[in-house]
Every structure is written in structure tokens, then in C-alpha cells.
Design a protein around this ligand. Structure first.
Ligand code: PA5
Length: 445
């Protein structure tokens, strides 16, 4: 289970005020636990780890085996937002850093589409598809989101032309609503295997449904380990207490924001494999809390690289932020720094030391420097980057997000603001039904 440490905030906050925010977070915990708060029809994610159907895991496994028997070596996963970032973050975190360059892949490469509207991206994706043996997972809860729908039109046509319609039906799997939506209708028509995004699970909380699990399994990664870690977190976080990590996280971040003007939270990592955990976290917290004129702006840095870019601002720029550092206790691999006779780089003092030791000292040095620079520090520690610990971390962030958003006083489970750009885009694209909006928007140009 992950651990949280807020000692790096102590010098910035008043202890009595912290206690009062712990009490607010405990009330918010009750709201989430009793399932009586705003958005309570979207709480299906809470028990996903303990209620995962064995038949669903079997179906996922069978698809992976079937694709393997067909020689599939490229899976195009189409989706955006919550239908993309969970799988992307787990695949990046659990894959070899150079998986694409290594010659001996024992599982297909999973690439993503439908998360942008770039013509070049899609054209280049088709260049890749032409060299590979292709399958596709199309993910859209609503089944009508423009970006994945555009990408799927192109990929579907490509697969049908190349393999024929019958073979396409086993190379395409859809993950969508149980009953409604364009993708559901199409899947029924074409005979695609489908998985359901449960009605009571919103996109950004869906990583432990087939939305995340099928692409993760297709990449050959340990889905059961991920769920086991999430289950451990589900059990641990269900216990109401002032030391529950979700309560502590919700309390400290709301305190820093509401009482001390810290309006930006930077999620910091010291391992490139965690880059997309931050992207997933930004969506989770950004869409869940950023509404009604409220919320902490979620940002991220990838250190030590970003210490040589954003580091200057974080150390000395406007004092609006606090940091949450993802501390990884153990590296999975071992690389020891050697001795050099000439010692021109003057690094012999490090001879015999593990690279991860240097990484930890860089992290500790940065934490202390940033405290000195006026940036409060939260630490979230995980033992290592493996499926179990990652599952635990993802569930922790989801649960803590519910507690934190209720502490802030917003509905964590809606995202009304996402509609505004869509309306404008449809008006500009002259979608049927948007005639009035089209006229109005063109007058603004
Ligand atoms: O968290 C969310 O609900 C959103 O990010 C959605 O996942 C995203 O907009 C994609 O929606 P859909 O799965 O309906 O295509």
C-alpha cells in the first residue's frame, strides 16, 4: 500500500488549521462512503477491484490469445480522456523503457489514436499499420465523441479493406455503453465482440474496467497484479481514520489551497515510466475538481529532466504551488557507477554507488531546496513500479479524489465544462442541427 507523508508541509501550515481540514475531509469521507453526495450515481468504481467478474478477465484473455494466434503485433487502441489515459499510463509505467526498440517483443505493441484530431498523426499511424499485423480496440462510453469516432472510421475502413469484413469482425473489439450509442449499434450490426463500460463508472474512473484492462492485457501486462494492488487499497482506504492516506491527502491539499493560496499542485516524478501517471492524474483531478470557479490546477514535472527547465520557476517564481512527489523506494534493475582512472569528470566519489542512490539524493535535495524556496511538499511513496503497487496508487488517487472534491464542495463526477468547446467545434464544422449556433459563431470571427 502507498504511504503518504506531509512533514514537508509542516513549516507552512498552522497545526490547528490542519486538524480542522482533517475533520472536513473526514466529513467528506462519510459523504463518499454513505454514497449520498452529489454524483452518487457514478460510484461504481469504488468496488471494481473487489467485484471484478472472473468471466470478464477470461474474455479479455481469450481475445489476447485469439489475436496472438492471428499473429497480431500492433493493437490500435482508440479513445480519448478517460477512455485513453488509464491504459496509456499503466502501459507506459509497466513496459520496458525501450520496448519499441527492443527486437524480441512477446506481446503486441499497443498504440493510441482518437486522442487528437491531427491529420498527420492519423496518416503516420496508417504508415505503421501497413507494416504490421493489426487489431483494434475502440473505446467510447457515449459512442459519439468526435475524436475517437473520426479515428475509428479510418482504422475500421483500413482493417476491412485489408482483411475483409469477416476477419475485421474478430480484429475489432468495442468497449462502450451496455445498451445505447452509435458504437453499440454498430457493434451489434457488425458482430464485434463488446465489453461494457458500466453506467455508474465515469471515464476518468474507468481504468479498472475493460476500458483500461483490455489494452493493458493486450500489451502483455499483469492485469491480475494491478487488480490485486487496487484491492489492497480498496480495503485499506475504506477504514475511516484521520491517518487514512486519502483523508490526509484531501485535508492537506485543500488546506494549502483554501487557506494559503496554493492554487497549483505539481505532481513530481523521478522516473520516466511515471510520466503518464501524471497525465492520468491531471485528468482525474482537473475534471473532478475544476468547476464552479473552484479547484487546484493540476500540473506535473518529470525530474530530474525538468529540474533543468521548470526547476528555476518552482524554486524562485511566483509562490502559488505545492508539490506532491511520487517517491519510488526501489529500482527494479541494478546499474552501478564504475571507477575511472582519469576521473576527468570527478565522479569517482560515486564509484560503487547505484544510480538510483543518486536519483534519491537528487530528489531529497530538491525537496529540501523547494521547502526553502517556499513550496510545501507532500510525499506519496510506493515500494517499486510494478503492477501491484501501480494498482494501489491508481485506486488511492481515485478514492482520494472523491474525498478531496467533496471537501472542496464540488461534484467530483460530472464535467459540464467539457461541452463548451464541442458546441463551438460543431458550429464551426456546420454539423446538422447547429445552424443557429453556426451563424452566431461566425459573426464573432
Ligand atoms: O472522464 C470522462 O468522462 C471523459 O474524459 C471521457 O472519458 C471522454 O470525454 C471520452 O468520452 P467517451 O468515452 O464517451 O468517448
Amino acid at each position: 500500500m502507498i504511504k503518504i507523508d506531509v512533514k514537508g508541509c509542516q513549516s507552512f501550515v498552522d497545526a490547528a488549521k490542519y486538524e480542522s481540514y482533517v475533520n472536513k475531509a473526514l466529513d467528506a469521507f462519510d459523504t463518499l462512503d454513505s454514497e449520498k453526495g452529489a454524483g452518487n450515481d457514478f460510484l461504481g468504481w469504488k468496488h471494481l477491484p473487489s467485484e471484478v467478474p472472473a468471466s470478464m478477465l477470461e474474455d479479455i484473455d481469450n481475445i489476447c490469445k485469439d489475436w496472438k494466434s492471428r499473429g497480431v503485433d500492433l493493437v490500435i487502441a482508440i479513445g480519448i480522456g478517460g477512455s485513453y489515459l488509464g491504459a496509456k499510463c499503466v502501459i507506459e509505467a509497466l513496459s520496458h523503457n525501450f520496448a519499441k526498440q527492443l527486437k524480441h517483443a512477446d506481446a503486441p505493441e499497443v498504440v493510441f489514436a482518437g486522442n487528437n484530431l491531427s491529420e498527420d498523426y492519423l496518416a503516420e499511424l496508417m504508415d505503421l499499420a501497413a507494416e504490421r499485423n493489426v487489431a483494434c480496440i475502440v473505446i467510447s462510453k457515449s459512442g459519439t465523441t468526435t475524436e475517437p469516432a473520426v479515428a475509428f472510421r479510418i482504422v475500421k475502413q483500413y482493417i476491412e479493406e485489408r482483411y475483409g469484413k469477416q476477419e475485421a469482425a474478430v480484429r475489432i473489439v468495442a468497449i462502450t455503453d451496455a445498451k445505447k450509442g452509435a458504437l453499440k449499434t454498430l457493434s451489434t450490426q457488425e458482430g464485434y465482440k463488446t465489453f461494457v463500460v458500466p453506467d455508474n463508472v465515469g471515464g476518468r474512473f474507468s481504468v479498472l474496467t475493460p476500458v483500461g484492462l483490455l489494452p493493458i492485457a493486450a500489451a502483455g501486462l499483469d492485469v491480475k497484479g494491478l487488480l490485486a494492488g487496487a484491492l489492497e487499497a480498496e480495503k485499506a482506504l475504506a477504514v475511516k481514520s484521520a491517518t487514512n492516506p486519502a483523508v490526509v491527502y484531501a485535508a492537506i491539499r485543500n488546506l494549502l489551497h483554501s487557506e494559503y493560496g496554493k492554487s497549483t499542485e505539481i505532481l513530481v516524478n523521478y522516473n520516466p515510466k511515471l510520466t503518464y501517471v501524471a497525465e492520468w492524474w491531471k485528468q482525474l483531478y482537473g475534471e473532478s475538481e475544476g468547476k464552479d470557479g473552484k479547484g487546484i490546477f493540476p500540473a506535473s514535472v518529470n525530474n530530474t529532466a525538468d529540474l533543468h527547465s521548470m526547476g528555476q520557476f518552482i524554486q524562485e517564481g511566483s509562490r502559488v504551488m505545492f508539490e506532491t512527489v511520487l517517491h519510488v523506494e526501489k529500482a527494479q534493475r541494478s546499474v552501478v557507477i564504475g571507477s575511472d582512472d582519469q576521473n576527468l569528470d570527478q565522479l569517482n566519489f560515486l564509484a560503487g554507488k547505484h544510480v538510483e542512490h543518486c536519483n534519491h539524493m537528487a530528489e531529497l535535495g530538491t525537496v529540501l531546496a523547494h521547502i526553502d524556496g517556499g513550496v510545501p511538499q507532500i510525499q506519496i511513496a510506493l515500494e517499486k513500479i510494478d503492477a501491484f503497487n501501480l494498482g494501489s496508487l491508481l485506486y488511492f488517487f481515485e478514492f482520494a479524489c472523491g474525498v478531496s472534491a467533496y471537501t472542496l464542495g464540488v461534484n467530483p463526477f460530472n464535467q459540464p465544462g467539457v461541452e463548451a468547446y464541442k458546441k463551438n467545434m460543431f458550429a464551426l464544422l456546420e454539423k446538422p442541427g447547429y445552424e443557429e449556433a453556426s451563424k452566431a459563431i461566425k459573426q464573432r470571427l
